[in-house]
Design a protein around this ligand. Sequence first.
Ligand code: BEZ
Length: 313
Amino acid sequence: MNFIPERYAVELRHLRYFVAVADEKNFTRAAERLHIAQPPLSRQIQQLEEELGVTLIEKGARPVKLTEAGAFFHVHAQELLAKAAELKTMTQRVGKIERTLSIGFVASTLYGLLPRIVRRYRAQFPEVEVTFNEMTTMQQIQALKDGVIDVGFGRVKSEDPNIRRIVLREERLIVALPAGHPRTDMPEAMSLVDLQSETLLVYPKTPRPSFADQVLSVLHERSIRPLKIIEVRDLQIAIGLVAAGQGVAVVPDSVQGMRREDVLFRPLTDRHAVSPVMFSVRKQDRSEELQKMLAVIYEVYDAANIGYIRETL
Ligand code: BEZ
């Protein structure tokens, strides 16, 4: 049997308070974020340091600076808080009678296979209530940890110790051009080098890293510099501005599913111009709904002749 001391004075509250101070690097902003006054926040941090018997925050440093022990504690406190949140959402999920699956997705997946996958899933498992939230990949990671979504379909390969990420496939990138652009008279594929004479619209502007950074790094690897780069909020704005003749955009192949007369698409010859489609879930979540979702995705890939490497949850 594990021995748990009767009075263990470090509580989750202390971890939350410390993480807020370490993240914000400022006691006033941390207190605001926690919706408490600053003096009780300072007292709690002091209590925590007394209980641990080490200094976590350098005295008098502005902005707040963590000691080596403080930086160590920060990383592990974040992990513990994420685990506590996961314990809550996973327990609620196990205890639920009705089956639900909340999906977070980046907009481009909606123009590709996502509708087909969800239609098939609904037909096979009508008892599961499916809901949708459009969000960036980085927002999906937080939403998974907060229990807001159960699965995220995104494009950025970010690492998080509490998230399991499966790369479903690597999708080719293509170029979106305004109708009337000289290239639209030529049916052949384009090369990334052609973008040197163009204004390039990239999205989303925030949060970073994002799909914008993927496109910029593909160009950077080949030392390709477009005439001008304009960062915009999301895919819909980028395509709308392409239609308005403001520039061109590099988008995943599935965006061709968004049919508009004023925008034309051309493939790219560059083989490394790809973007992954990722399936992200909470690390411990192996629920039936997720296993079935992954199986349906692979069924759709098989039917569409799309190459992939099969993974299991
Ligand atoms: C895909 O396009 O590969 C995809 C989109 C959404 C969910 C799963 C896969």
